[in-house]
Design a protein around this ligand. Structure first.
Ligand SMILES: [Zn+2]
Length: 262
């Protein structure tokens, strides 16, 4: 019985990962979870917004040093512009185990858009990024703008996840309204290593999915924040959390659901 379930879980993972990138060794493999375990693994994800060159210059070295993947949310119209990632750099991140997410075409506030404008921002951004050969499964809403209409457009465009800016830990993930916790820029008074570790503790206790929001190009993302990022990754790993991309996180939760017979 178990082998059938495990095979199904593995298949679900393979199907979800599809043709995506080489996988870092830290990829959580549901098949290696303790047999009989019904407790969801705690997941940690780092999503860097806006697709600036700092994803390569500031985050990639930490990602490689600690062997964890991250996610770059790219404004598709900006790819190749000065200060932003170009196509080769996007590929470099994917080859390093990262996931590229769409951050729309032009980074507008989505709520005031007409249906036609909204569809273009959500659909065309995905198509343009996929034209680079990048598998796109997640949309990161600019400014966190989202409502049921935006979520519906997101789902219809073929995204498996929508990511906002509402602060919180995803315990029962709302896949089109995933919450995040700011690290560095936009974290305000919470921009301290002790606070990030406290959030990790919360996630571990709840067996949740903690998604950090990073803006590595922002002046508030200081060297101290870089060190806090390193320390938070190490802390999460030492507590048993797995650092995953967004699509890996979805695949893990799907595989757990299969294992639980849902
Ligand atoms: Zn943004």
């Amino acid at each position: 019985m178990r082998s059938v379930l495990q095979a199904a879980a593995g298949l679900a993972l393979v199907l979800l990962m599809g043709c995506s990138s080489p996988v870092p060794s830290s990829l959580p493999d549901p098949l290696t979870q303790p047999s009989g375990s019904s407790v969801p693994v705690t997941l940690i994800t780092f999503v860097a917004d806006d697709g600036h060159i700092e994803d390569i210059t500031r985050l990639l070295p930490i990602s490689q040093e600690l062997n964890v993947p991250m996610v770059s949310a790219v404004i598709s119209q900006q790819v190749g512009s000065t200060g932003f990632l170009n196509a080769a750099q996007g590929r470099q991140l994917i080859d390093a185990g990262w996931e590229i997410a769409s951050h729309t075409l032009s980074h507008p506030h989505l709520l005031p858009l007409t249906d036609t404008q909204l569809a273009r921002e959500i659909q065309e951004s995905k198509a343009r990024l996929e034209a680079f050969g990048w598998p796109i499964q997640a949309l990161v809403y600019p400014y966190g703008d989202q409502d049921s209409r935006i979520q519906q457009f997101t789902q219809q465009a073929g995204y498996k996840a929508g990511v906002g800016t509402q602060s919180g830990i995803n315990v029962t993930p709302q896949r089109l309204a995933l919450q995040r916790v700011a690290m560095g820029a936009y974290a305000g008074k919470a921009a301290a290593e002790s606070n990030y570790k406290a959030r990790v503790d919360e996630a571990l206790k709840a067996h949740g999915w903690l998604i950090f929001m990073l803006h590595p190009w922002h002046p508030d993302h200081t060297e101290a924040q870089q060190n806090a990022l390193r320390a938070t990754i190490r802390y999460a790993q030492s507590g048993g959390a797995q650092v995953v991309t967004l699509s890996q996180g979805l695949a893990v939760r799907d595989a757990e659901a299969v294992r639980a017979g849902q």
